[in-house]
Design a protein around this ligand. Sequence first.
Ligand SMILES: O=C(O)CCC(=O)C(=O)O
Length: 302
Amino acid sequence: MTTRRPYGDWWVGQGNAQPGRGDSRSGRGDSRGLALLVGTAYRKGGLVVSLSAEETERFVEDGFVKLAGAFPADVGERCVRELWAATGCSRDDPATWTEPVVRLGGFSTPPFREAATTPSLHAAFDALVGEGSWAPLGGLGTFPVRFPSDQEPGDDGWHVEASYAGERGEPRVNHRSRNRALLLLFLFSDIGPDDAPTRIRAGSHRDVAPLLAPAGEDGREWMSLCAEAVRVSEHRPVVYATGTVGDVYLCHPFLVHAAQQHHGRTPRFMAQPPLHPVGSLDPHAQHPSPVERALAVASPGR
Ligand SMILES: O=C(O)CCC(=O)C(=O)O
């Protein structure tokens, strides 16, 4: 049985400054000790990694939590072989890596479905969104594959994700985060601080909720929301979504985040699907789930 460090490889920086070492909890010890530390649950048929109460609270505060070992590394490797084939580049020949980013999508073969539907992930979705309140992932959405490059990628602006289309087809977001319960970052390669980890403004979901509350059910058009969300969250500390194959970051749908240029040596493979809710989230529910509590944070009320 393997154990993983739950948080030890977060890197935290301020703005675009050089990052420094982040959270230092190590989680060393035998697997039962680890279970107590990170809320690992034992279930028939294997080890299920789940979130501790402390991690759930941190999700509400910071807007994200990392679930280490959410899917098996060997499943990740099977996916990566398919992804490499789709890039048209050679894994062994950096001369073929000519673009800073190649966007791939539409993978639904068995290894991708396996990675997206593990008991550990389902336990975490239950913990953050509530049992019966989320729809199992049908796929993993877009893979922006990032290659080491001197060129700017051109898609590294800060933003929140849009969650639904308005009447004219325009992307929108509303205070319930209609149609998006979570943003998920699936790590399909080992990602260090130089390997284009996604940048996250920790706590920025709390800046975005008040921008949406006054707009009610209609919500706001995504581009203008992003412009304001980026401005009001500038003061937040920046965390890099580093980790190893099989780790998944569970992020609040209002979290402000951005890609970055790849300064390392090994191409980065990461998927970023939405988790769709069943029904609609309610920031003012009588018994709110953690994601609903975080929707309501700093919101002035109904
Ligand atoms: O590639 C990344 O690190 C993040 C990409 C992203 O946020 C996006 O494509 O919306």
